[in-house]
Design a binder for this molecule. Sequence first.
Ligand code: BG6
Length: 492
Amino acid sequence: MASRVIPVSPFTLVIFGATGDLSQRKLLPALFHRCVAGQLPEDARIIGTSRRAMSAEEFQAFARKAIAEHVPSKDLAEDGLGRFLERLDYVSLDAGSDEGWPDLVDCVKRGEGHIRVFYLATAPDLFGPISERIGTHGLVDQQTRVVVEKPIGKDLASARAVNDAIGRVFPEESVYRIDHYLGKETVQNLMALRFANALFEPVWNAAHVDHVQITVAESLGVEGRAGYYDTAGAMRDMVQNHMLQLLCLVAMEPPTSTAADAVRDEKLKVLQSLVPIDGRTATAATVRGQYRAGASAGGAVPGYLDELGASTSRTETFVSVKAEIANWRWAGVPFYLRTGKRLPSRVSEIVVAFRRIPHSMFDGEAGTIENNRLVIRLQPDEGVKLWLMIKDPGPGGMRLHNVPLDMSFAEAFGVRNPDAYERLILDVVRGNQTLFMRRDEVEAAWTWIDPIIEAWQNSGEAPKPYTAGTWGPSASIALIERDGRTWYDSGD
Ligand code: BG6
């Protein structure tokens, strides 16, 4: 079936932090792609803001460079780029004072009748002050939306403070908390797989599933973000949001519809059912690591401390966790999560490992019978594989083999998979909150994460070292092998 392009209503999108990394790498390229696809109405406008003094023309040149850098050249038609850049305006302002705001008000109000979207691609400590000024300058109407990026806080208390500050200006129905993993194509497909097929639901529970593994591995280090990263670590940067959201989509009960709250209510219940991990259980249920110099992506790479330019740090660049969900569907089924920087490859996938057959009627010559696995690959090459035992073809007796029923999306559909931000930004304009985190979800996630981080801090132990280019500290292998299981080789 061909993909469909449904134009959205006229909108004015204001990007705070328009000259920053996120804007250059993700937001401007995503808007460009949607523009070329014909999804932006004629009068849709994008206003960049930041402290930097710049004319609209200079911002357009800036955006041209960012897009050329981050969009593959085959997708870069000059006339399309020109038409996109014409939509861009720029206002220089100070988020922390009233300087420049009257200009922004004039510029925004030119989009009469438009849906207004304020995208806060800034440091989180500016979310409150910017929201407040959007309010005091009279820019909030019925059709106004605000988009905030993670991290929302660094623990439950600070997340509540940030949510309160935003909530003083915007009602919850206007707040879009982005977790870009929810916009990824395969994550959408996980919903389709679970809820548009009758096949999986009867076996999607503790009676048939042995365990679940969720891996989000990156081969890159902390690059230019060491300053931020050292205050966060893998637990806050990846587990609190992306990985718990993936876990929710695997574990949640079937929502009654795709309506935002129908889905978010179910995700919330999963978060609330996570078995707490605290000082008593953290050592057995978690492993944290920090990379040392090694080799990754084909070359020698420095260790975390060198990238940070510090002689010591207790920040974890790797985490694995054995999470458990205390409800009827999942009691006794471990969800093993692992994520890290400088691992052997960039790969994100969810593995649902089913229980072994209760009895084999085949003799030893037939080979070992593996358990069935459903592998949902988010990146790099999106697809779904269902691993099944089959008979080796041809004569020679019954020889059993484990092979995947393989649906690689790029091959199957031959279309460009849109970046998560393309879908998410337009969902904001459409007013669809299904793929955005509700306040109570974010806070429930912190409620589970906080005691783990506290336990680590109280233990006085440093993260375990691992060599860049390996799958984390050996303790992570022990974490799962103690249970008689093993991490599946990502890439299978
Ligand atoms: C971000 C994290 O949210 O997700 C980064 O802050 C991480 O540290 C990134 O690299 C991973 O996203 P993706 O889409 O490349 O898997």
